[in-house]
Ligand binder design. Sequence first.
Ligand code: SF4
Length: 331
Amino acid sequence: MSAGRTEEWLQKFREVILQYNEHRRSDPFMDWFRDKDKAGFFASDFERVLAILIDSRFDQRTTAENALQNTRDVVGCGALKNCSLTPRELPLLIPKQSKNAGEWTELFCEALQRLHELAERIVAKKSWAVDDLFKLILTECRVPYLADKTSRLAVRWLHELVNYLEIDMRNYKIPVDSLVYRVASRLGVIDPYTDKYYGNGSPADLKIQGFVQRLFPEKPWVMDEPLWVTGRRRVRGGHCFPTNPDCHGCIFDGLCPKNFTDIAPESVGMEKTLGSGVYMRPVRKVETGASEKQLAFAKFVEDLKRKRITGERYREMIAQWQREHKEEEWQ
Ligand code: SF4
């Protein structure tokens, strides 16, 4: 493609994304949050931040409506003021895939103290670079089940809903999962045979983030939703299926070269799927050479020691941690 044609194509792409964002269905949590905020429900920025963290943590492997119902329930029971709620003080929460209602309720109670701590750390500083904020959420003050995707949702909401916070979003990276990888392949942004994805900084990741930066250097997050929504299943409004996409009605129809429609690009270019076919990102290494998971585990053990938890309770909590962190939410 000539430079002029490429620029024309990019411009069309920008317009499609902007139109999508202009007309997208409003998020139920954002509507709820704004209504509550207008009515003076939140006593402080700490409570605003905490409500966002709670809902984004619930918003995984379920619908936004279910996540919001859980948020309303726990907030109604005092979770914004009390970090020591017990399962007996809560109704059973709507479970996510892989957890039953009882387990999910218990896990929320166990995470609540950490959610409070994280909210405190966030409001302690007014201005954030987005990278620092992710570092805080994903490594320094980790909350079980608030992982890569859910934390990105949290950061977007913090940016959009909490006026007190000034978050410089220019370095925002969109999370690459199998849906985004597939759609990016079909759109010609990457080639699954040469651009492999195995985590942050892998060839496919660099190309996708570079493409996003080229289109929207000031607000890269606007690219996130249009890509993954397009890659969803038909029943969830998607078009770009693993094979034989249904291009009719897709927002990218008209500018998409429709590459690799007879293969599932993610099965060619992404790290192998595990277990149930859910893509799991490889655990990232950090500067010390230990993985994030190892560091978090060491910190968890330190916390137990600090709290003088020993014996049977210690063993139970270690086993619980290991069960939780076997799952994809860590990745
Ligand atoms: S136009 Fe077709 S191939 Fe391209 S992204 Fe949409 S559904 Fe996928």
